[in-house]
Ligand binder design. Structure first.
Ligand code: PGA
Length: 255
């Protein structure tokens, strides 16, 4: 069975309430019903409910950018997986900014993954190496460490599971990985998934590339055999660019 492509827009901590509503509306207009692809919008937490309301009845889905593993309690500022159920379809876990700006550990990522899987939401598990790690030839080992740690308590992957390979040196820098480099790393991600869960789940697992994706480079990245979609930051804030990226992926993967 071919893997269903998936493009997600990670808005990070951008856009006020009215700008977010405007973007949701433009993207619904441009992308609703686009065939053969999953499109996911990941707005800041305060706009999740409104975004979900606005997208009801459309083909677009909603994702959270982060989550906390405890269901409730004295955890000021956190949002639990339990609170996201029924509201979002996807949850980004282990984004490099969580890991490197907020000091999230591999163990934290594992707990978040368990919480999200336990409640039947679809994770987008982000992994990726730092520039120094790539230059030192450590990329395969870093991916292996991050994935194995995240999967520590996972028995099986749900249908359509998503891993996002995002080299940290490519995020927000304009230094997109070449399609060849991205392909190599995404193929390695799939191999690690195969070693851990077997060939069937690895073949079904969707691997996204992320890091300075734009309307110009999206098709060449999506043309790679192990790249099943894209995780888009900066360019997802622009309706025209994000629409073009989703259309490029749908066309490339559909042909
Ligand atoms: P970018 O961000 O597209 O702005 O590089 C990607 C991401 O952080 O998911």
């Amino acid at each position: 069975m071919p893997r269903r492509p998936i493009v997600a827009g990670n808005w990070k901590m951008h856009l006020n309430r009215s700008a977010a509503a405007e973007l949701v509306s433009a993207l619904r207009g441009g992308l609703d019903g686009l065939a053969g692809i999953d499109v996911v919008l990941c707005p800041p937490a305060p706009w999740l409910a409104e975004t979900a309301d606005h997208l009801r009845g459309s083909s677009l889905e909603v994702g959270a950018q982060n989550v906390y593993w405890e269901p409730h309690g004295a955890f000021t500022g956190e949002v639990s997986a339990a609170m996201l159920t029924g509201l979002v379809d996807y949850v980004i876990i282990g984004h490099s900014e969580r890991r490197h700006v907020f000091g999230e550990t591999d163990e934290d990522t594992a707990k978040k993954l368990d919480a999200v899987l336990g409640l039947g939401m679809q994770p987008i598990l982000a992994v990726g190496e730092l520039r120094e790690e790539r230059e030192a030839g450590q990329t395969p080992a870093i991916l292996e460490r991050q994935l194995r740690a995240a999967f520590a308590n996972v028995d099986r992957l749900p249908e359509g599971f998503v891993v996002a390979y995002e080299p940290v040196w490519a995020i927000g820098t304009g230094l997109t990985a070449t399609p060849e480099i991205a392909q190599q790393a995404c193929a390695h991600v799939r191999r690690i998934v195969a070693e851990r869960f077997g060939d069937g789940p690895a073949e079904a697992c969707r691997v996204q590339y992320g890091g300075s994706v734009n309307a110009e480079n999206a098709a060449a990245l999506a043309a790679q055999s192990d790249i099943d979609g894209l995780l888009v930051g900066g360019a997802s804030l622009n309706a025209e660019a994000f629409t073009a990226i989703c259309r490029a992926v749908a066309a490339t993967k559909g042909s």
